[in-house]
Each structure stands twice: as structure tokens, then as C-alpha cells.
Design a protein around this ligand. Sequence first.
Ligand code: HEM
Length: 182
Amino acid sequence: MAVIEGMSEPNPSTAIKVWDPLVRVLHWGLATAFAVAYATGEEIMSVHEVAGYAILVIVSLRLVWGFIGTPYARFADFVRGPGAVRGYLRSLVAGHPEHYVGHNPAGGWMIMALLGGVAVTAVTGILADQSGVSHGTFEELHEVAANGMLLLVLGHIAGVIVGSLAHRENLVRAMITGRKKG
Ligand code: HEM
């Protein structure tokens, strides 16, 4: 993260509030719950289960907020068609990325994949637990989903670093303070 720490702070006179407090709390809550669930998966099952249920609560709240939340939190603001995603990725590769105040079109689909992925992982975990069969189908699905999620999260963090560098803006700080350059 040292690379992006040196980036310029958003100018307070032009910086705008983009991420409302609920978006930020849910984000860091989800990241923490995912890390705890991943770390305790094979060992501390009581903690693992609490983290899994916390993930389901967080994802449910975020889904509702995606329809009724503040403007940049809404899915309508950042879920765009394949043309917009291609256009954004082309502009990124060409070195003059299109600027979006909220999530960019590529990030938007990554977000839907992360939310859908953690939901599937949590639900298959609950079903595996309830089916009571050790090494049943749900348990296998749960493991595949959890490993897939690890890859998605690594891709997400890589995307955040690339986006921060390309737009010369520390996106991690923006997800903490809520402020971005306009
Ligand atoms: C150290 C770990 C992480 C960092 C530094 C990080 C950073 C970020 C940043 C900067 C954004 C905003 C991207 C933008 O400006 O468009 C974001 C969004 C998002 N991240 Fe992460 N993230 C981390 C871990 C995770 C994990 C583990 C998950 C899920 C399992 C996750 C799910 C999401 C979601 C769903 C959003 C969309 C936020 C919203 O609109 O509600 N993140 N993340």
C-alpha cells in the first residue's frame, strides 16, 4: 500500500461525499467477517458460524441499500452493460481512464460478484451444517465457493490498487472517509 499512500489528498474544497456511512461500515464489516470466516473455516466452528451469519446480514442490508440508499450506493448508479465495461477497460489500457465519481463499470461487476459469491458461500455453509452429512455435496460446494471467493477478493484488491494508480486517487482512503475528488 506504500505506493498509493504518497498520493495527493483530495482537495477539501473540491472533494465530495461519495460513500455514505452505511456503505463504509458494511464494507469494512464484510471484509472483517470474510477474513474471520476464512481463517476459522477448518478449526473454530463457533466463530466461523457467527462470521457466516454476519456476512448474510451484511449482504442483505447492502442489497436493500442498493435500491433505496444514497445515490452512489444504488446499483442503478454502477451496474452498467457490457459496452460500458469494455469502454472503461479500453480507456484504462490506453492510459486515459474514464472518470466515474462512484464505482467504475468494471468495479461494479466485481462488486456484484463479491456480494453474490459471499451469499452463495454462506448459504452452502448453512446447508452443509444442517444436512448433518460429513463431506456431503453442500460441504464440497461450500469449499469450492470459499476458494473462489478468495480469488475474487484478491482480484478485488488488485482492481483497487490498479484503479487507485490509474486515477491517482487513494480509493482505500475514500472507502474510509467517504470522500473522493469530484
Ligand atoms: C484489505 C481488504 C480490502 C480492501 C483494501 C478493500 C477496498 C475496497 C475499496 C477501496 C472499495 C471501493 C472501490 C471503488 O472505489 O469503486 C471497495 C468496495 C467493495 N469491496 Fe472491498 N476491500 C477489501 C476487502 C473486501 C472483501 C474481503 C470483500 C468481500 C468479501 C469486499 C467487498 C467489497 C464490496 C461489496 C464493495 C462495494 C462497496 C459498496 O458499494 O457497498 N472488499 N473495497
